[in-house]
Design a protein around this ligand. Structure first.
Ligand code: 5GP
Ligand code: ZN
Length: 116
């Protein structure tokens, strides 16, 4: 299943180990290997879609599902009251490194704005 050259498809298929914090039939969430905050979780659809700009009318519900799971994980990690940041990096200028849509959930510290 998925794209054989995609790192996150390999994580979904358990070919590559990760620290999974949530899984259902459509979504996987796991800890980022290089955390940028005390809480740094990646929430991904199991469907291989390269980037947020590839979403269309048919696939648009995927994003709201990722956000609902991120909100639940923020509550589980007790960062919901203090606040958290949800980030999609899309394309080279945004610093996207893995071309399988992923939502970053970041929290547990004060964040700067604008982002670097
Ligand atoms: P991007 O820059 O594409 O938005 O974010 C990719 C994220 O994936 C980075 O935060 C990076 O630390 C994380 N990452 C890259 N490779 C792995 C891996 O093998 N396992 C996990 N858990 N995270 C990874
Ligand atoms: Zn993939």
């Amino acid at each position: 299943m998925g794209n054989k050259d995609c790192l996150f498809c390999k994580i979904i298929n358990k070919e590559i180990k990760s620290s999974i914090v949530y899984e259902d039939k459509d979504i996987l969430a796991f800890k980022d290997i290089h955390p940028q905050a005390p809480v740094h979780i990646l929430i991904i659809p199991k469907q291989h879609i390269e980037k947020i700009s590839d979403l269309d009318e048919q696939k648009k519900d995927i994003v709201s599902n990722l956000i609902l799971i991120a909100n639940n994980l923020a509550r589980d990690n007790k960062i919901d009251k203090q606040g958290y940041r949800l980030v999609f990096n899309c394309g080279p200028d945004a610093g996207q490194l893995v071309f399988h849509i992923h939502l970053h959930l970041l929290g547990g510290r004060k964040m700067a704005w604008p982002p670097g």
